[in-house]
Design a protein. Sequence first.
Length: 337
Amino acid sequence: MKDSADQPLHVSPEPSPPPPALEYDRTPNHVTRGQFRILLILMFVNTVVIVGYVAVPGGAQWARQQWKDFEARRAVKARERQKRDLAAKRIADFRKVLPALAAMKLPADPPVYTEDGVEAASLLASNPVYRTVRFDRQGMELDKWQPAVARSSPIEVTELEKVVGNSSADEPTVFLHARKNPAGAERLLWCTIVAHQQAFQDGSGDYVVITRRSLRARLINPGSSDAPVAALAVVNTEFDQRGDAERARVKRDGTSKTPQTFRLMAGVADPADATRCTIPYVMNGASGTFVVRVMENDRLLVEPSDGRIAERSGDTSVEQKWDPSGQPAVRISEGRP
């Protein structure tokens, strides 16, 4: 038996050392918030520089055009606002004088208009409201002819002219008063005389003077809270002098012959008929009357008592010619014209 000392001893192996741990680079290398903001700012600046380099000339022109367009729109709005304010003021001023217009009564004498030379000169010398009508002299000396004269319209008529859009500089008022249509609606009836004279020299050296005239009647809606002031109907009755039988002749020595003279008096409201008024006239010494009547549908009828209406055209705006010497007198039906 062998000795146990001779037996080989079992020796446990020594443990191997652990592998070395992995080491990471822990130095800070991430982008901070401030750095990112700087990056965004630089990108924005870069974009602006590029866009500006490419499009600045066109962009400046576009900006200038946009500004001009803005200023133009602002100016248009300002003008429209001014126009509305002016229209509102005109209506307000008209409302103030409407009672005076509705009750207006012009002086019955002297005439509103006269072609009589002696009477015309007397009126000019004695009354400052009279003035000569438009006279185209064509070289005629002033001392050889006295033009026709007319009485200026009352100052209140100015406010009516503003809202209706008419000027009475060459249209003296003959009649202005409240009237009614057959349905009973309140209306203003406004009549004016339109006249001017013209001279020309004929082959003999004499001057011939032509007088052109017409009576203009307007029917006006005085307006309300829901209706504007407006002219509803107009009738223009023309009765110019025609031919040598009616025109004046002025000789070189200053003597004159006037075959036809006309005087027009102020109109009178019919107290028994609210749709009607009359306007007296004198033609060559003979008295006559224009009858003005408000018809259905706000139409107007104008008829002289003498002569005849030779021509008539139109509906709400009527043009007619009166022949004072025409016989027999022709009357128009008082139905709708």
